[in-house]
Design a protein around this ligand. Structure first.
Ligand SMILES: *Cc1c(COP(=O)(O)O)cnc(C)c1O
Length: 405
């Protein structure tokens, strides 16, 4: 028996995979009855060999498309050198990754985390410490937005404006108030002497794909400047080129004091980051924050390669070009189909609002070999790899039309 045959002997079929997983995993997800095995470009393949055009990208993660050879080779080379050290030493990938991500964001300092949620945790701690050093008080407040999503750990959950997610897990950390997204007056009404930070997504993702309005984001920036409040922008989903600029806030001509990034930062390896201006970052000193894995050589080698490939593949230009086309095609669906109510979004982060629940449409598309995710209760979300072509958009629209009828 060859080695290959021996391996395939242990290979589980789809039914066994699902059964084994369902018997042993904690049931926190209702999963599609599909087991994915490999990916190539903008396609995923299940264990039966069926192909899926992927407009979900592992929830806005795989910006470069699957099986990119240069990306894979960079990771393999790093695996053979050094996977992990600890943050008690320096290594070349983390130095390079830190330089690249600070330069791209226009911020001065970065702390690498293992996930988006942890980036939010770090951002909250940084804002609190900065405020403590300034006022000597720990009685601070943070303003977050209704319908936001920042993660599921206790700090991130506390600023996530969704009662349903919070309900069973109280008490939340105190001092969090919720304003209406894109409603400047509702933010102003909550600002007081205790406010240390205002946090929101530049484009709300899970809440239903709502880009910030220009007067809102600029208005909040102005309030923050006037009152010495920190602006924390969560670009975990909308950052890293998804909207056509490296970070979405660039399009509004403003900058946050603290930024959170993850998802496409490592394009598939678990890495996130929070960044800050020099002045704000100075608030954290040795002992204030830490992580064992965060920013280890393996994930940072991925981050470095992602930035290199963004340049080489002209990813931002492609997003600008293809997103215009995607917008036009989605607008046509709004004209053509009664269930399609509206389209909104920025770049390759688009939402199609429906008059019905998107579940059955998404399931129908899935059967037809198209991966789409929902956002909010009535929105189909389009967050494809950033390397898609107009032809991929055409194929997606063809399948989506079949699912909409
Ligand atoms: C996904 C997401 C998070 C959480 O990131 P994880 O990597 O899942 O921990 C936080 N904020 C936004 C805007 C997100 O889209």
């Amino acid at each position: 028996m060859t080695k290959k045959e021996e391996n395939s002997k242990d290979k589980l079929n789809t039914k066994d995979i699902i059964k084994t997983a369902d018997e042993h995993l904690i049931h926190t997800y209702n999963r599609f009855q599909i087991s994915l095995e490999r990916g190539d470009g903008v396609y995923l393949y299940d264990s039966e060999g069926k192909d899926y055009l992927d407009f979900g990208a592992g929830i806005a993660v795989f910006a470069l498309g699957y099986n990119n050879k240069a990306y894979n080779d960079a990771l393999k080379a790093q695996i053979d050198k050094l996977i992990h050290t600890s943050n008690l030493f320096y290594n070349e990938p983390v130095a390079k990754a830190a330089k690249l991500v600070t330069k791209a964001s226009g911020l001065d300092r970065v702390f690498f985390t293992n996930s988006g949620t942890e980036a939010i945790e770090g951002a909250i701690k940084l804002a609190k410490k900065y405020s403590f050093l300034k006022t000597g008080s720990t009685d601070n407040e943070i303003i977050a937005m209704h319908h936001s999503f920042h993660g599921r750990s206790m700090g991130a959950l506390a600023v996530t404006g969704n009662k349903h997610y919070q309900e069973a897990f109280g008490p939340m950390i105190p001092g969090i108030k919720f304003a209406e997204y894109n409603n400047l007056e509702s933010v102003k009404a909550l600002v007081n002497d205790k406010t240390c930070a205002i946090i929101f997504e530049t484009v709300q993702g899970e809440g239903g794909i709502y880009p910030a309005k220009e007067e809102f984001i600029k208005g909040v920036r102005k309030i923050c400047d006037e009152k010495g409040i920190l602006l924390i922008l969560d670009e975990i989903q909308c950052g890293m080129g998804r909207t056509g600029t490296m970070f979405a806030y660039e399009q509004y001509g403003i900058k946050p004091d603290i930024l959170t990034v993850a998802k496409a930062l490592g394009c598939g390896v678990p890495v996130g980051a929070f960044l800050a201006t020099q002045e704000v970052a100075n608030a954290l000193v040795p002992g204030d924050h830490g992580t064992t894995y965060g920013g280890n050589p393996l994930v940072c080698a991925a981050v470095v390669k992602v930035f290199e490939l963004f340049e080489e593949l002209n990813v931002l230009d492609n997003v600008k070009k293809v997103s215009k086309y995607l917008e036009i095609q989605l607008d046509k669906l709004v004209d053509e189909f009664d269930v399609a109510v509206a389209r909104r979004g920025l770049g390759l982060m688009q939402g199609l609002e429906l008059s019905v629940s998107p579940t059955s449409i998404i399931n129908k598309a899935m059967d037809d070999g198209l991966i789409l995710f929902a956002a909010g209760s009535n929105v189909i979300r389009f967050v494809p790899p950033l390397v898609i072509s107009k032809a991929d958009v055409d194929k997606m629209i063809e399948k989506l039309k079949r699912a909409l009828v």
